[in-house]
Design a protein around this ligand. Structure first.
Ligand code: ZN
Length: 164
């Protein structure tokens, strides 16, 4: 297991040191959304351009903060680029579920069935998470979960902005 954790740590650090799709996009056609995590001081700005086919044609992120928040933004950008908005929404759900799989063990609050659905996603149209799997270990540190999910919440805001 520690070998896997080392690999995950390397993936996170690689995205932190060499963030993908870093920068800004011109508005319009892009839309922009901004997220802030006051618990950690993380800031993530997400730019997306959605084309007429409902596909995320381009994505860029900016901001600053801890390695988890910034590497998550980098991984998120590579995961959603070129994907259809409806696939991206499923990906958001899969990622957030991964971030809450163990939350009931930590918080003592039993969680609903939807958590089990995703834990069991092999049999339920799995959404490939790719490098995002590297953030799985974050659930062991509840304080950092908001760091990892910040860019995803910001992406959802951007999607809503784009649909408006
Ligand atoms: Zn953070």
């Amino acid at each position: 297991m520690s070998g896997l954790e080392d690999l995950y740590r390397e993936i996170i650090l690689d995205h932190y040191r060499n963030p993908r799709n870093r920068g800004r996009l011109e508005i319009p056609p892009a839309v922009r959304a901004e997220g802030f995590n006051p618990l950690c001081g993380d800031e993530v700005i997400v730019y997306i351009t959605v084309d007429n086919d409902g596909r995320i044609a381009d994505v860029a992120t900016a901001g600053q903060g801890c390695s988890i928040s910034q590497s998550s933004a980098s991984m998120m950008s590579t995961a959603v680029k070129g994907r259809r908005v409806n696939e991206v929404r499923r990906l958001v759900g899969a990622f957030k579920s991964m971030m809450s799989i163990h939350s009931h063990e930590i918080s003592g609050q039993p969680n609903s069935d939807e958590v089990d659905d995703v834990a069991d996603s092999d049999t339920n149209k799995p959404v490939p998470l790719g490098d995002l799997e590297a953030l799985r270990g974050v659930v062991k540190f509840p304080v950092r979960i908001k760091c990892a999910t910040l860019c995803w919440n910001t992406l959802v805001q951007a999607l809503e902005e784009s649909a408006a």
